[in-house]
Design a binder for this molecule. Structure first.
Ligand code: ADP
Length: 495
């Protein structure tokens, strides 16, 4: 192995302590894989009110700690715990900022009005903790807008620190739709200096843009799939930041997330009615029958089941799937099972569907982890009509469970789903290029005809899909290359 690196991850989420989405999964899984490869990794996150201090064995680590923000000194402390794999996690405790029910918003889904202060403080406090406790770093790896300013702090405030002065910064973008835009009146508190409030750094049409500033200052910027990197660089999916990503050149790249196969493995899954493997698919037939029965569908092994597990948000394209389900059911023998929650209008529509198509559609509105495993295990196909998808996890789970994914060709879906070839049965799923009800209808039709008419191709694709692995070890190897590049860039910059 190359020389072990000292890596600090600073983030607003980390599984199992605090999670709202994929960011939390990555910050939970990547350090584990890096540690197994012999690197020294430490994680710094807030101590939210929701973090169960007793369950996770938090202990006092550093107190009191004074953190200078623009013109004010904030006082806080830090606790410490170890993950199951022995990775140290430091929790920044600040009752005023983090002692609340939610991570970014309250229970009415309203963003906290002081989020710019909360996360600028988190970032500054995390770096201060390293200085105070002499925690040296080769790499400071930050995630999305909340901790993006670390890249700037490192180059402006801590550039001559003994502890952090040599550290290179890596910023990972999990979803460029969230940039951390706030009024310029919030800028002073960050302490970043008005010379950096310019259009190429933190300024965005007169306001602050945390992510944009982070992109400018980070030695390397990554996102969660190679295709999403291209889309954000070159299309409207860059959400206004394409030009700034293009400027980064080779310093912007995409790395596909890995899957936690301890949790998503049909051979050991404790949630599903029967276990199965590529070599023995009998259990999958049992899972399909149980799924059909649970959702009140006709229990019939010869009708293809299409599964959906999703947030109901415009990004996920379920409003495009909804009309396609109606047209498909007019023409074809197929069944649909939908699990999800989110936008009220879609919740209502999908809640009504089983009554309109008795025995053909089942739905559950809500969040239910066990049911999501049932759907992966019991479905023949898995639908993801996302308008955009930075990485996506469900398509990788469904490959492992032999539920062939049917996906819009975007982002991480392009990088994990390979188009079925009707000539020889190659591929692992079905891609469509135009996200609209008509192409969704046609692609489902293609899958249905494959299911009925080309069973040998179905069998071949299922074998291939179930044998594929999108492991964290592979992703961690890619991140290590990025860390090396970041260090090289940083060395050229050190004053
Ligand atoms: P995103 O992070 O954008 O929501 P991903 O496909 O990357 O999309 O990951 C979604 C994760 O959340 C998956 O693990 C999926 O199984 C889970 N999930 C989403 N909605 C539900 C739900 N209603 N019930 C259970 N799990 C869900």
């Amino acid at each position: 192995m190359a020389t072990p690196l000292k890596i600090i991850m600073i983030a607003s989420e980390c599984v199992p302590y605090a999670k709202t989405g994929g960011l939390g999964d990555v910050v939970g899984a990547l350090p584990k894989a890096l540690k197994q490869m012999g690197h020294d990794v430490r994680i710094i996150i807030p101590k939210y009110a929701s973090v169960d201090a007793r369950k996770f064995g938090l202990k006092p680590f550093h107190s009191p700690m004074g953190v200078w923000m623009g013109g004010v000194e904030e006082w806080c402390s830090a606790d410490e715990a170890l993950t199951e794999e022995g990775v140290p996690v430091y929790f920044i405790e600040h009752q005023g900022f983090f002692g609340r029910e939610g991570i970014y918003n309250n229970s009415r889904h309203e963003d906290y009005l002081d989020n710019s202060r909360r996360f600028a403080f988190l970032t500054r406090a995390a770096l201060q903790l390293c200085i105070d406790r002499n925690i040296e770093a080769d790499i400071v790896h930050v995630h999305d807008w909340p901790t993006a300013p670390a890249a700037a702090y490192l180059k402006t405030w801590f550039w001559n620190s003994n502890v952090l002065g040599q550290a290179a910064s890596v910023l990972t973008i999990h979803n460029i739709g969230h940039q951390g835009k706030y009024g310029r009146d919030q800028y002073g508190y960050t302490g970043l200096g008005w010379e950096h409030f310019t259009a190429d750094k933190f300024e965005d049409l007169g306001n602050i843009n945390f992510l944009k500033g982070g992109i400018h200052f980070a030695d390397m910027v990554t996102t969660v799939s190679p295709s999403y990197a291209e889309e954000t660089r070159n299309t409207e999916l860059g959400a206004g930041l394409s030009a700034y990503l293009r400027v980064k050149g080779d310093a912007y790249t995409g790395i596909l997330n890995g899957v936690d196969y301890n949790e998503w493995n049909p051979e050991t899954d404790p949630f599903i009615p029967a276990r199965f493997s590529a070599a023995n698919l009998e259990g999958k037939a049992i899972c399909k029958a149980a799924l059909q029965q649970h959702f009140g569908l006709e229990v019939n092994p010869n009708i293809p089941v299409f599964g959906v597990v999703s947030r109901f948000a415009s990004q996920k394209g379920l409003d495009l799937l909804y009309p396609a389900i109606h047209t498909v059911l007019k023409e074809m023998a197929a069944q649909f099972v939908i699990l999800g929650s989110g936008e009220k209008d879609l919740e209502y529509k999908f809640m009504q569907l089983p009554a309109q198509y008795p025995g053909k559609v089942g739905s559950f509105i809500g969040y239910n982890n066990e049911l999501s495993h049932w759907i992966e295990a019991g479905s023949d196909f898995f639908l993801m009509p996302s308008r955009y998808e930075p990485c996506g996890l469900n398509q990788m789970y469904s490959l492992r469970y032999g539920a062939l994914p049917i996906v819009h060709a975007t982002g991480g879906l392009i990088d994990s789903v390979e188009q079925y070839d009707e000539y020889d049965g190659a591929g692992n799923g079905f891609l469509f290029w135009d996200a609209g009800p008509k192409s969704i209808h046609n692609t489902i039709g293609w899958a249905v005809s494959t299911y009925y008419d080309r069973k040998h191709h179905m069998a071949k694709m299922i074998q291939y899909a179930m044998g594929q692995r999108f492991s964290w070890e592979r992703s961690a190897g890619e991140y290590l290359k990025v860390y090396e590049q970041a260090l090289q860039r940083r060395r050229q910059l050190v004053r």
